[in-house]
Design a protein around this ligand. Structure first.
Ligand code: ARG
Ligand code: ZN
Length: 844
């Protein structure tokens, strides 16, 4: 059934408090609940419904009297008193056979939970909706040594532990962990002097991978106090690493549960990119304590209220800890790669969706990343001071509440006096706006005309103009800024903005810092782009100019058989060899637009993309880059190679990303000698992986691949990289075969989402391999989605998005993909998760 935002009704019953007792047993865990219900005075309807799925009800009582509820597969109803009453029930569940990794499940001998969004109903009967908030008391009975739940510690003794969480919370923030775990302890004293116990809990053997996470947690706690004035509010904060986990991590109150890949790291086993991601996810989950937990969502349509804001906050944190421009460029790369792709296809949906079948399918790039962009635009429009005032008001006014986007915008309206009714369209209109820019020069006047074009998306054909904050600067021919960054507000469909009193026609630097998540379309000369790449004072736009040049050059090569563009290559060489520039920035400039990005650009021009030709074109361009830089590669590499003891900070990691980028070009020319050397000498995973991927990308490295597997056979997270890198670098005609062979290894297990994604996520990313005209990529993917769906619907449904761009390809490929999608959708017992995704992708 489809659920609609417009059908929201408040709960009939509220919960005053909850007591849960768990008697843990792998296949027969008993959960006893005692819940105090009170009527919600705000509504007259008194019907009583508790969600519950896959539970065996043992008994139920109301105010101490046995009752016999009417039970269905979705929950139960029961006759209840008119006034407050106490509900008690006992259910039995089987964590050991729960492979969906939702509710209470077992992973490598430990018990763990994942309740967001609707997993608590697999633990006990309860009003499993975020607008029902209550304090929880939990008792865990088990012989396992470590027994954890939310809140502060209560009594504990032989075979049991109790926990009390005083802060009212919705059931999706409930968590329980039990196992043979070890901890890295720490502490933090809050600004007002409360001492908080911190722990990172891991399985024995992983103790040496916790330090970085603990430091990241402390930095996050300090940052949220300093920047948002938010302090932690319990005596203890626990983080647990779990190997089998569907997502990155979960912000359960006082007990964050993490995919081990999002927390465990040391220099030997994790790359710089892993460290950076871990720092960001630790921060993200910690920041949810205020934006998500203390203030939560009224219903799941409001998901972006907590996710968009928390992603925005973690991006600010990373920018502060590392480099702001590098973070912005990486985020825009990610936004274009995942969110624009989603927004441009059959899965497009508004930042605040209006309907869903399975909410797990809406933990998307649109809700998260576009949701964060919307907050960034709001901040730009009102200014930093007003943003700070609005946030203070938000925390003041809504602490302890379950809120909506309307509440959020009202806070800004009240704090700034600004009417945000038009801005609100960002939350309801799907699709990436296109902004067409034209320029005019007359006398001493430079004018810019902006026109917004809002594409039709599924279910939304007619759209109204949005508020587009458009940051622009103007440069003169010497590179001096004649007009510093200025914010234009595009609110009409088309508007002209004029700059007066200029000496000469300036060069425009538009959409600085990527001030709005839009596609900018403009006529511009190659000379201007080369100029901006060399001189723009806005680092984002400097990078963007290079990217546009690379893209046009590649499009000409792939589409029209042109040779690599000499002006672009020359400009790139200038930049890469400029040691005054941040190495991380130079490495980003050396990256080429992705295969998917190029495919979409062809589709936008009305041409059918040819995945093999795109792959070939990028190879030719890389070879040309290696040629142009031939004399510079080794000196640059030597100058920037990090030989000092490993630190995962921005400075060192920038140098390593530059040397790794250089190494992949060097390897094209030297037959692999330098990469083999780096592989042999590497004392850290960043350099080891950098060398291995340079080798594999050049059809070398089989010895290194084997020795890597031998060295790391007992490190699951490192072996995930080993699985991934082979599929990522497989030649297009071999990709499916390589992936298939990997799935036949004894250490491949589809029950572990990380391992499954290592192979199939990489296959989907290897565009020329996945879309190879044999259809082998499509077939293999569908075969495994069919196998995985009964085991783990959430991960299956996510992986279906590999097919979301299918309409851009030729009739043969479309036909093959349609057949695979139909094969999946015809499966008996197909999950609601996958059923919804396949249905939306097919467009029915
Ligand atoms: N709230 C978590 C986070 O963003 C993600 C939980 C995702 N859960 C899910 N069922 N999709 O940090
Ligand atoms: Zn989140």
């Amino acid at each position: 059934p489809t659920i609609y935002l417009k059908d929201y009704t408040p709960p009939s019953w509220l919960v005053e408090d909850v007591h849960l007792t768990f008697r843990l047993s792998p296949k027969a865990t008993r959960v006893v609940s005692r819940v105090r219900f009170v009527p919600n005075a705000a509504v007259s309807d008194r019907s009583f419904f508790l969600e519950g799925e896959e539970l065996s009800l043992i008994w139920a009582r109301i105010d101490g009297q046995d009752v016999t509820p009417q039970v269905t597969g979705q929950g139960l109803t029961c006759d209840v008193p008119e006034g407050p009453f106490t509900w008690e029930a006992e259910v039995e569940i089987s964590p050991a056979t729960n492979t969906a990794l939702e509710g209470l499940y077992m992973s490598n001998g430990m018990y763990s939970t994942q309740c967001e969004a609707q997993g608590f109903r697999k633990i006990t009967y309860y009003p499993d909706r975020p607008d029902v908030m209550a304090p929880f008391t939990v008792r865990i009975e088990s012989d396992l040594p470590v027994l954890l739940s939310n809140g502060n510690k209560g009594e504990a003794g032989d075979g049991f532990a109790e926990w009390h969480d005083p802060w009212p919370k919705p059931a999706y923030l409930f968590a329980l962990v039990a196992g043979e775990l070890v901890n890295l302890p720490g502490d933090f004293t809050t600004r007002s002097g409360n001492k908080v116990e911190l722990n990172i809990w891991v399985r024995p053997g992983d103790e040496d991978k916790c330090d970085f996470a603990l430091e990241a947690l402390k930095k996050s706690m300090t940052w949220d106090e300093e920047v948002y004035g938010r302090e932690y509010d319990l005596d203890i904060f626990n983080i647990v690493a779990v190997d089998d986990f569907n997502m990155g991590a979960m912000e359960n109150k006082g007990l964050n549960i993490f995919n081990s890949s999002a927390v465990l790291a040391n220099a030997r086993t994790a790359t710089d990119a892993n460290f950076e991601r871990i720092e960001a996810i630790i921060a993200h989950e910690y920041f949810h304590n205020w934006t998500g937990n203390r203030i939560t969502c009224r219903d799941w349509f409001q998901l972006c209220l907590k996710e968009g804001l928390t992603v925005f906050r973690d991006a600010q944190f990373t920018a502060d800890m590392r480099s702001e421009p590098v973070k912005r460029i990486s985020d825009v790369l990610d936004l274009r790669g995942r969110q624009f792709r989603e927004d441009g296809g059959p899965l497009a949906h508004p930042v605040r969706p209006e309907s869903f079948q399975e909410i797990n399918n809406f933990y998307t790039a649109t809700v998260y990343e576009k949701g964060a962009e919307v907050i960034g635009m709001l901040k730009r429009l009102v200014g930093d001071d007003a943003y700070a005032r609005a946030l203070d008001l938000y925390f003041d006014r809504h602490d302890g509440q379950a809120c909506t986007i309307e509440d959020w915008l009202k806070v800004f309206q009240d704090a700034t006096g600004r009417d945000l009714s038009q801005f609100k369209r960002w939350y309801s209109q799907a699709g990436t706006p296109k902004v067409v820019m034209t320029e005019d020069w007359k006398g001493d006047q430079f004018s810019v005309t902006l026109k917004q074009v809002l594409p039709a998306t599924p279910g939304q054909s007619d759209k109204k103009p949005q508020v587009i904050p458009f940051a622009i600067g103007l440069l003169d021919r010497t590179g001096q800024e004649v007009v510093p960054t200025t914010l234009l507000e595009l609110v009409e469909e088309e508007q002209t903005f004029t700059f007066n009193g200029l000496q000469a026609r300036p060069v425009a630097s538009p959409l600085r810092g990527f001030s709005a998540p839009v596609i900018l379309e403009r006529e511009t000369s190659k000379a201007d782009q080369v100029f901006l790449l060399a001189h723009d004072t806005d680092p984002f736009n400097r990078w963007e100019a290079g990217r546009q040049l690379a893209k046009s050059a590649l499009m000409e090569m792939i589409g029209n058989g042109a040779a690599p563009d000499a002006d672009y290559l020359d400009a790139l060489r200038q930049l890469v060899t400029d040691d005054t520039l941040d190495p991380a920035f130079r490495a980003l400039c050396m990256g080429l637009p992705s295969e998917d990005d190029l495919a979409q650009s062809f589709a936008d021009m009305g041409r059918t993309p040819d995945p093999q030709a795109i792959w070939d074109g990028r190879e030719v361009m890389r070879a040309a880059m290696a040629d142009v830089l031939s004399a510079d590669l080794m000196p640059l590499y030597d100058r920037h190679l990090v030989r000092a003891p490993y630190r995962p900070d921005a400075e060192q990691s920038g140098k390593r990303s530059l040397t790794n980028a250089l190494l992949s070009l060097i390897t094209r020319r030297d037959g692999g000698a330098v990469a083999q050397g780096q592989f042999a000498d590497a004392g850290n995973m960043t350099q080891q992986m950098g060398a291995l991927s340079a080798l594999l990308a050049n059809d070398l490295g089989s010895l290194e691949l084997a020795s890597f597997a031998e060295q790391w056979a007992h490190e699951r997270l490192v072996m995930d990289k080993w699985f991934m890198i082979q599929v990522a670098h497989a030649r297009p005609d071999l990709a499916a075969q390589v992936a298939d062979a990997l799935t036949q290894r004894p250490d491949f297990a589809m029950t572990n989402p990380n391992r499954f994604r290592a192979v199939f996520g990489a296959l989907a990313m290897n565009q020329a391999g996945f879309h190879h005209d044999s259809g082998a990529g499509y077939r293999l993917m569908a075969d495994w989605l069919v196998k995985l769906d009964p085991v783990n619907p959430q991960t299956t449904a996510r992986m279906c998005s590999a097919f979301q761009t299918w309409r851009r390809y030729d009739a043969d490929r479309q036909g093959m993909i349609r057949d695979e999608l139909l094969r999946i959708s015809a499966l008996k017992g197909l999950s609601r998760d996958t059923g919804e995704m396949v249905g939306r992708i097919l467009g029915d």
